[in-house]
Design a protein around this ligand. Structure first.
Ligand code: ZN
Ligand code: ZN
Length: 222
């Protein structure tokens, strides 16, 4: 490696690099093969640790097969809306989600459906009461399109005085990104203005990217 400046000790070089490093870093590296990747890149979920890994396109494509027995799974980039989604206010209460917003995802290794929601203590995770959730899925069979581990259902309660719960299917990396942003912005008990503005912006993006979920035949009972 050559430098236009006088070569210094490794430590001096390190200090110079650290001091000059722009924040945020303009590029990252694939966490599987160390290839340089751009800021908008795709992710792979480690099923055991549930960690998201930033990947290059080639590594991402290794893990897109749905049925394969793999330790990693590629996060798809589809967004779906459920225009006919129905949930009764009583059913919503039974889900025990304390705020008006939650992500639900299925953990395939633990065979659990987990609710994830923002709050004053950062993101909170709780196992969903399935006796409350199963009837919602039965009434909305398209929710079954959800892929375990890599996608989430984003549920939002209506603003006070308005009707209609909404549901979208979103990539799980988008959820983590929102939760991370909310963690920095959250103030007080209900989140405050900045957190709500971030949520509104997120919902605008989700709405713009979503297409209606394809029809699904209800699964016959046992
Ligand atoms: Zn790679
Ligand atoms: Zn990344």
């Amino acid at each position: 490696m050559t430098s236009p400046q006088r070569p210094g000790s490794p430590l001096a070089t390190l200090r110079r690099i650290t001091a000059n490093r722009p924040a945020p870093v303009a590029y990252e590296r694939c966490e599987m093969c160390a290839e340089q990747i751009s800021e908008s890149h795709q992710h792979v979920v480690n099923l055991e640790s549930r960690a998201l890994m930033c990947t290059c396109r080639a590594c991402y494509l290794l893990f897109t097969a749905d049925g394969a027995e793999l330790r990693y799974r590629a996060v798809p980039d589809r967004y779906l809306s459920y225009p006919e989604f129905t949930i009764g206010p009583g059913q919503w209460d039974q889900l025990e989600i304390p705020v008006g917003l939650a992500f639900l995802f299925r953990n395939s290794l633990q065979h659990r459906t987990i609710a994830f929601y923002p709050g004053p203590a950062g993101a909170t995770e709780s196992e969903l009461p399935l006796q409350a959730w199963d009837p919602v899925v039965a009434a909305n069979p398209q929710l079954g399109l959800l892929r375990a581990d890599v996608e989430a259902l984003l549920l939002r309660a209506p603003e006070r005085g308005r009707a209609g719960f909404t549901c979208n299917l979103v990539p799980i990396d988008a959820c983590y990104e929102l939760v991370g942003r909310l963690r920095q912005l959250w103030r007080g008990f209900d989140g405050g203005g900045d957190a709500h503005a971030a949520m509104d912006q997120f919902f605008e993006t989700v709405t713009a990217r979503s297409r209606p979920a394809p029809a699904v035949r209800p699964t016959p009972g046992p």
